[in-house]
Design a protein around this ligand. Sequence first.
Ligand SMILES: [Zn+2]
Length: 414
Amino acid sequence: MLQRIALGTLVVALSLILTDWVFSLDAPGVKKRGVVELTARALAIHRKALVVDGHNDLPWQYREKKDLSFRTIDITKPQPELHTDIPRLRKGGVGAQFWSAYVPASDGKKGIAVRETLEQIDVIHRMVKRYPDVFAMAATADEVVQIHKEGKIASLIGVEGGHSIDNSLGVLRTYYTLGVRYMTLTHSETLDWADSATDTPRHKGLTAFGEQVVLEMNRLGMLVDISHVSADTMRHVLRVTRAPVIASHSSAYALAAHPRNVPDDVLRELKKNGGVVMVNFFSGFVVPESARAMKDMFAEMRRLQAKYPDEKDFQAAMKEWKKEHPIPTGTIHDVVDHIEHIIKIAGVDHVGLGSDYDGIMVTPKQLEDVSCYPYITQELLNRGYTREEIHKILGGNVLRVLRRAEEVARGTRK
Ligand SMILES: [Zn+2]
């Protein structure tokens, strides 16, 4: 066994050397794919940026590890089991974070999604209050800028999946009151009113109620998030929304054919809409061969959920499945390829970052955790982007979208 591993490691090492060698030839059009080295210039550009990340699942980790009272996870100290802690957020230069108030779609079916979502919103508020020198809640784009100026990390809430509103606009409005500033329309499963990318479509996008949800979000000034929805739902949303939309953690379908990624025709519509796709770092959504392998994951998730009604048994089975289906991790270059593709199709004003840290199990090399954002700045600089363009990608674009959504809400609110 050991020998086989050693041989495998040797083959991988050799192929890496060869890959580096091939890509380091300075032929025109051939990109260098080696290790990204941080320079003082990139760090200076990064420090001046307002880095906004669209999706972080740390709140779910508190629930998973049964620590909604913060007894065991102290993020003031390094948390090697997690992608996120305060020292690494600081090192990564994070200026604002949308924290995800995620609960599984299966909770919707059990009728407990609203309660659990409220608990996740509560844990975000309590986390922010627990570390007042580090975090502050932001309700508007202006507040994000102000909090960043004070040297703190502006914290916003995103609800991940329309199952969390239990078909109620009243619940949606209550979430807004509690500080929620985006809602992903679906998670992994198709709802009564919207099709998911990873389930059987039933509505060719949205139902009439689904359209109402979008318009109510526009009226409130809550961003409509098209991550996780089917491509038809994305198209449908772009036909009805009055405000620019976001994909809080999605990558480009043309590069990695996972149904959760955004196809080129949607990117073109998104450009007209003024919205932004915030690129997901998960290897399974950015590395082409990993995306192919991951296509089955959500189907497998549903199969195992039906087989194991007990959450613990299901989680154990899922863990086993993931172990049996390892995927290539890729590197930071794969993620920057997605950023560049979105720029090529939609323009530099329509791309951002939505890491999905602490919600993903495999990360590309040099994007292992929240300390790694400066490497993106460096690689964008290496690929010829200007300081102004880099600042837009790191956070300027999504702030513009949030501000515009606020203006639309002011204009449409009676
Ligand atoms: Zn997600």
